[in-house]
Design a protein around this ligand. Structure first.
Ligand code: C2E
Ligand code: MG
Ligand code: MG
Ligand code: MG
Length: 279
């Protein structure tokens, strides 16, 4: 009797494991197809200069317009794309589409100083072809390297320091700026920061949201901003959801901000209207 019960429980566990594996396999197949069908597109979220509210650029955020699954957000496809290595093709498609879109805005709306900031999975920085891959995209789209930025997380700084540094230097030589995303949440040993040619720290939204209610978050933000300034880096606060928080960040010398208070990530069409309204 006890044995039956035990086996029954084991079968339930087995069944749900089986389901998980099935789901992952079908998601992987769908992501693979979606890359071939170019179903991944960038949405654009404005990045704002806090002292005068000027639009300085956009972060490109991947969205999946799936014929099978509908409109899918990154949390539901980025992790598996990372695990399966499909992230490389996905990231390159988003970067290329973003450069293409910004070039169109430059030609049609004349916003030549604006940049687009694209997310790169940390492992890209372990590949010797990264700088050439990016340069090829710039050549194909005709966008100037000065209008492209790449965002990576601290994880990229913890391994393979030699190749990561070589790649960063090559991108910098092209004129592409490098941002450290989600700063403050990583395995922060501040000791490594000055060794890499990083231009901007993006302060993680977990410190920013409702910062007016959290004195300890203000202390952390102020420390990050001062550290960045001392290392000749700039800062972007992400996840700003209210005017008070935008004002507090500005008072703490954080130069740029991004968040729902200014605008949510937008379709290319909506971003076009936004640029026209702003200019
Ligand atoms: P991230 O790069 O840190 O991007 C910021 C995330 O915060 C975005 O989520 C954005 O929509 C969200 N956000 C912006 N402002 C606010 C706000 O005021 N409040 C709140 N609650 N959230 C805000 P999203 O678009 O869902 O992307 C999630 C993550 O997925 C990104 O975090 C990034 O790590 C990853 N991701 C997105 N697109 C790509 C991509 O093309 N390639 C790679 N490798 N990763 C990507
Ligand atoms: Mg980012
Ligand atoms: Mg972030
Ligand atoms: Mg993130």
């Amino acid at each position: 009797h006890a044995k039956d019960k035990g086996r029954g429980r084991y079968e339930i566990f087995d069944g749900s494991m089986h389901q998980k594996v099935q789901n992952a396999l079908s998601l992987e197949t769908d992501i693979r197809e979606a890359i071939a069908w170019q179903e991944f597109i960038p949405y654009f979220q404005p990045i704002i200069k806090l002292d005068d509210q000027a639009l300085v650029g956009f972060e490109a955020l991947a969205r999946w317009q799936s014929t099978k699954r509908g409109f899918v957000y990154p949390n539901d496809f980025i992790p598996l794309a990372e695990d399966t290595g499909l992230i490389k093709a996905l990231d390159m498609q988003i970067i290329e589409a973003s450069c293409q879109q910004l070039k169109i805005w430059q030609d049609e709306l004349g916003c030549d100083a604006m940049y687009v900031s694209c997310n790169l999975f940390a492992n890209h920085f372990f590949s010797t072809t990264l700088p050439q891959d990016i340069e090829n995209i710039l050549l194909r789209t005709g966008l100037s390297p000065h209008n492209l930025r790449v965002e990576l997380t601290e994880r990229a700084l913890l391994e393979n320091a030699d190749i990561v540094l070589t790649n960063m230097q090559a991108l910098k030589n092209l004129g592409v700026k490098i941002l450290l995303d989600d700063f403050g949440t990583g395995y922060s040993s501040l000791g490594y920061l000055h060794r890499f040619p990083i231009d901007v720290l993006k302060i993680d939204k977990s410190f920013i949201s409702n910062v007016h209610e959290h004195a300890n978050h203000r202390a952390i933000i102020k420390t990050i901003v001062d550290l960045a300034n001392n290392l000749h880096m700039s800062t972007v606060g992400e996840g700003i959801e209210s005017l008070v928080d935008a004002q507090l960040l500005e008072q703490m010398d954080c130069a740029y901000g991004q968040g729902y208070y200014f605008a949510k990530p937008m379709s290319p069409q909506d971003a076009t209207s936004y640029i026209i309204e702003k200019s």
